[in-house]
Design a protein around this ligand. Structure first.
Ligand code: SAH
Ligand code: SF4
Ligand code: F3S
Length: 476
């Protein structure tokens, strides 16, 4: 625990203000511990993307600093749901699970339940929770994760639900405690928000406008992580290719990557997500010439139909996407390409869908996330009258899934017999004589080994491909 400092009055500047509240919360917690004769426990459950996973590390860091002990189970003293609202089923899962938390709270009336993240940026969600889930203690959004200690303090001091949602980000607050899920790999936000307003997507409404962190802050964070044992970083942003545009001293993502590439001790650099419209030749060349950037690009296609891409506000067409893929493969022949595809976007005809199938077949993705279009209220596509019938969507979805799985298997099979470097992540959960790790293209490999290999990068001979993962042997 860091040294505690005493303040005469509540600081107005950050992060001092939050450090003040961490202190205050710690005092409150100690009183509760004395009362109960035990430590208090917490659990943070993350839904959605890596941005949320990263925010959850910040939430955990603050809670541990306050003195809460992590609990494996949600049956504990404080549960935070960090939510996602990108598709409707993400919302439904949260509502369902809140019911279960209510059961725990009936047994443990001192329990606190907080819901934060992307769902809470939507007014209809806040209203629904306020009216129908009154046992929830605290709601906050995506722009004030850093205020957890202050909000928790308010919730301890007053009756009823504490609700604090900001319409937009007021500042980027750095230097608060955080815990890393893995000691050897870390997510690093390089930017927040999104300016693209793809017609189907809720993210720009719940994450706000694009804001880049300065290269100095990013480099300093990664250097500290490397000193601490990190060998792989994942640079995070909704569209990393537009990194740096709003900064006082603008810098491109390619330039940032090459700076990060020079950090001694850092072995692997990943990034996501790349919007095809902004993926420059400069970036392709930077990846090709860098020493540590993984040869893996996640390049969401969304649709192969130029007509739909225009309607989606994606700013590229089928030909431009295929040309980009061609240029990437020319410069980086062993690149792994993965993608996201939406099926059943409003107005999608059989011809449009065939265009998607055509791009998928031409590219041969290493893997693809396929999604049924989900109507998100507030987005332009949601009010369209020409929504596609569910049976049609299901049929198309199944065909697409079959194709991407077949391509994935073929691409994976082609590496059988080769030797690749693997970052060992854990002892295999089913067979403890094996360890599991990831290759540069993100595929999983299991091979004989012991826990001392965790966090190390080792060469592994890929003896057999089992569809989407490999069995291997360490190569000497
Ligand atoms: N910023 C990233 C995507 C973030 S959301 C990008 O632009 O590529 C992750 C994926 O969810 C998207 O790529 C898209 O395929 C999917 N998605 C977003 N909104 C959706 C919706 N309304 N219905 C179905 N899938 C959606
Ligand atoms: Fe959503 Fe488009 Fe922004 Fe990605 S780029 S987060 S799909 S609006
Ligand atoms: Fe979901 Fe929010 Fe990420 S809506 S996909 S958690 S940015």
């Amino acid at each position: 625990m860091s040294k505690t400092k005493e303040w005469e009055e509540i600081p107005t500047n950050e992060p001092d203000r939050q450090r003040y509240f961490i202190n205050e919360d710690r005092k409150l917690l100690m009183l509760k511990e004395a009362d109960l004769g035990r430590k208090l426990t917490f659990h943070v459950t993350t839904f959605g993307c890596q941005m949320n996973a990263r925010d959850s590390e910040k939430l955990r860091g603050i809670l541990e600093e306050i003195g809460y002990i992590p609990s494996e189970s949600e049956d504990c003293d404080l549960v935070i749901y960090n939510t996602c609202t990108v598709r409707e089923n993400a919302d439904n899962r949260v509502y369902g699970r809140l019911g279960i938390l209510h059961g725990y709270k009936k047994k443990n009336p001192g329990m606190k339940i907080a819901v934060c993240g992307c769902m809470i940026q939507e007014e209809h969600v806040v209203n629904r929770i306020r009216e129908s889930y009154r046992f929830v203690d605290l709601l906050f959004g995506t722009h004030n994760v850093y205020q957890l200690a202050e909000l928790l303090h308010e919730s301890f001091m007053k009756e009823g639900m504490t609700i604090h949602v900001l319409d937009k980000a007021e500042k980027i607050v750095e230097d608060l405690p955080q815990v890393r899920t893995y000691p050897f790999k870390a997510g690093v936000n390089i930017m927040y928000g999104c300016n693209n307003f793809c017609s189907y997507c809720i993210v720009p409404y719940v994450r706000g406008r694009e804001r880049s962190r300065t290269p100095q802050a990013i480099l300093r964070e990664i250097e500290k992580q490397v000193e601490d044992g990190v060998v792989e970083v994942m640079l995070l942003g909704q569209n990393v290719n537009s990194y740096g545009k709003g900064l006082e001293n603008p810098i491109s993502f390619a330039e940032l990557l090459l700076e990060i590439d020079k950090i001694p001790g850092l072995e692997r650099i990943r990034f996501m997500t790349s919007h095809p419209k902004d993926l420059s030749q400069e970036l392709i060349d930077a990846i090709a010439k860098s020493k540590h950037v993984c040869h893996h690009i996640h390049l969401p296609l969304q649709s192969g139909s130029s007509r739909l891409l225009k309607d989606m506000n994606r700013h590229y067409d089928k030909e431009a996407y295929l040309d980009l893929v061609r240029r990437i493969r020319e410069a980086i022949p062993d690149v792994a390409l993965t993608t996201d595809i939406i099926v059943g976007y409003p107005g999608e005809t059989d011809e449009d869908f065939e265009e998607t199938m055509d791009v998928v077949k031409q590219v041969g993705f290493d893997s693809a996330f396929t999604f049924e279009y989900s109507r998100r209220s507030g987005t332009p596509a949601a009010t369209r009258p020409d929504q596609v019938a569910q049976e049609v969507v299901t049929e198309r979805f199944n065909r697409l899934l079959k194709q991407v799985q077949e391509d994935g298997r073929n691409r994976a099979k082609a590496l059988e017999g080769q030797t690749r470097t693997v970052l060992v992540e854990e002892v295999n959960r089913e067979d403890d004589s094996l360890v599991s790790g990831r290759m540069e293209n993100n595929s999983v490999v299991h091979f004989k080994g012991t826990s001392d290999l965790i966090g190390k990068i080792v060469p592994v001979h890929l003896t057999s491909c089992k569809g989407f993962y490999y069995l291997g042997e360490i190569a000497n």
